[in-house]
Design a protein around this ligand. Sequence first.
Ligand code: ADP
Length: 538
Amino acid sequence: MLPGLMQTTPLQISGILTYAARAHAGREVVSRSVDEPLWRYDYAGLGERCAQAAHALRALGIAEGDRVSSLAWNNHRHLELFYAVTGAGAVLHTANPRLFDEQIAYTINHAESLVLFFDRNLLELVERIAGRLTTVRAFVMLSDEARLIPGAVGAVSYEALLAGRPMAYDWPVFDENAAAFLCYTSGTTGDPKGVLYSHRAVVLHAMSAGLSSAFGFTAFDVVMPCSSLYHATAWGLPFTALICGSKLVLPGDRMDGASLHELIEGEDVTFTGGVPTIWTMYLAWLEQTGRRPGVLKRVVIGGSAVPKAMAQAFRDRFGVEVLQIWGMTETCPLGVVSTPTPALAALGEDAMLDAIWSRQGRLQFGIELRTVDDEGHELPRDGESAGALVVRGPWTIRRYYRAEADVADAEGWFDTGDIATLDQFGFMRITDRKKDVIKSGGEWISSIDLENFAAGCPGVKIAAVIGVPHPKWEERPVLVVELHEGVEAATETVLDYLRPLVARWWLPDEVIIATVPLTATGKIDKKTLRARYGDRLS
Ligand code: ADP
């Protein structure tokens, strides 16, 4: 091979920050912190404070490769840690405050973090787990000096730590394959597993997310991530927004309809994103109040399947386009995005929307997808053959942190645990998670499809389907629905609604009206549902 003669500048996260601070210096960042007035600055200001934070990290004795943890919401101080920690060559472990105490402590110990940064309203949690933390030697509250509560852990304030430090930092240049973020899966089965993102993976992922095949941000966009900064870096939005020069709005921990609306309307948000449950609440709030979502143009939804009724409601009532994404912690997290193509447009508007709304999204450059049968043979891309979804590419996991062996095979393929189809349009559709598939009389019923239909029933807020052991059919679907506040519906109404929509043998054997439990990442908690209702049909 003849070596190319171009520069081999490493892809580093600090490069995104210095670019934005120069090229989009005046573009705003607006942030809602715990119990503080809205914070406003711009990318130049972000660059300066990240420099101060990097100096503070050095003063705390943090060296390249060291891990520090955050327990924090979507706010500017957490954003600063995203850039300062990784820019200085250390690794940010974004702990998920919604996990159980033992799991949070487990991840921080597994990461061997030396410092824990946390938001003020998480002090109690930190005090509860502090005794179990084996490596943390300093606690920093993401707060100003006046509002600091040192608590039993003797926390210092983040602002005091930054105060007076130089506003420039000579960001070190190092190998782009160095670790930057440590994100743990939510541990629905067993201990959480650590996914160690490299600088190269984060930068390539962020650049790719900015393409028009994905989010296609411009410098005129105002981007508000409602996906959590602690969950797979909020889908990389805090990087893509800076690369594209979009204004960034950080909503803190307040995801209720009124709080989101205040920012959507007040800050002219054009693009936002999060898990479906947030948008169920926001749509209900808009309905109740008769308000409109300002100049909002697009909402990206992922983490769980997007109910068609949700995409329709956004579009028909408010002219807002819904993009669905599929991804996972192990893929940084973006895998596919549901943006239209000429081949779909040629089907006509209704057919195109139908096609888009029934699929998770289309292939993106940089992440290869395949479906395989039980023997590992590739399945045809015909939109019908469903099999295990495997993926590979520069932002796909190779090995979990501190694991002995690779999780991807010798050719790089990583088994996602999802069952999917791929089609001739280059779109992927998830039919189920392997462990949620319902096997009825030797045939498969897709819990996702059933949930999607049931979510369209008037009055239904969340629909969850589980496979319940059945003496004759092996398993049968049971549907649990949570209704909107003040709505009363008979289980028969839900069944009548489903009858014309699904094959007869897909009809749930039972409909239960109850609150649907959610996991730490906002997904339907099927494990709890199975424990609760698993014996309904025996
Ligand atoms: P966890 O820690 O719960 O695994 P992830 O966010 O990494 O958290 O979960 C990834 C999984 O979420 C995927 O493997 C898939 O099952 C599910 N998922 C993500 N996006 C979608 C979507 N748009 N439709 C259906 N399932 C999705």
